[in-house]
Write a protein that binds this ligand. Sequence first.
Ligand code: ZN
Length: 346
Amino acid sequence: MSKDSPFPYDPIPTVRGPVAAADLGVTLAHEHLFVLSAEFQSNFPHLWDREAGVREAVRQLDEAYAAGVRTLVDMTVLGQGRDIALINAVAERTPVNIVLATGVYSVDGIPLFARFRGPGAAVEAEDPLIELLLRDVTRGIADSGVRAGLVKFACERTPPDAAAHRMAACVAEVHRRTGVPVVVHCDPFEGNGVALVRLLEKEGVPAGSVVVAHAGDSADLDGLRALADTGCVLGYDRYGMTPFAPDEQRNATLAALVRAGHTAQLLVSQDHPVHIDYLTDEQRRGLYPHWSYVHLFERVLPLLLKEPGVDEETVRTLLVDNPRRLLTRVAAPRPSGSHPEVSDAA
Ligand SMILES: [Zn+2]
């Protein structure tokens, strides 16, 4: 921690080394470098050219830097092929600071590695995931010395199932011991966000330290307001994934939340990977033609600034202040609780 910093946790660990909170600048709080099916990649190396992937990542990050981005959070965790050697190869060739996450992409439940041992499992034991995730945050990922700055899990079940309960207890322990914020990939369409926040609160994570990732995919403004009223942070973090929600819809509900006093609880990002092996690059471009690290700057923010109640200061809060508070491990401020005029958004 830096003595002179107004932030309680400063500097922030990034792949290239610690960066002062004051220097994080414009931060994309939920993106990816590479999302890979690790076992397919290692057994079928002809599937993807790693060197070309690194070069393309550097090119895309340079483009983001030119658009003003100074820091990017790579939310790729276990189950999504996080690969520290690949990340390092990119980080040493780009000026953009890269912050890493730990956690488990638990959409299909507890990974087999830990499914049969742990609380409630066949072999009743301490959850082996806790020690691993803590190690990432306190000692660093593998032997890289790069420490993770956030802890994530995923739950698309409504209501959250037993695996989500176990993951919530696991990440809550990591949060209690380190202060890292918790990011939970939710199901925005069924709307399990409030239940996930309550589950984490029960485990001792204050709502202000919880990011409900992908919340902004929802078209249900009442549901989004109920989620914001819990005090959590809402991820408007999939701009450009238009099949889930068009930019205009995301902007309309985001602006309504801004007008209702929730600006400090909102993050904007794109969830964009340079390469994701779930689709060929051509298939992906067909589905998400505008998806990139710079879609926000090229299209979304100019449109957002036309929304009543949104100005340049709002955008600075979304892209600089809110991510910095998150990464310095400060909970979001409680919402004021009043809702003046919010009925005009889609
Ligand atoms: Zn993501």
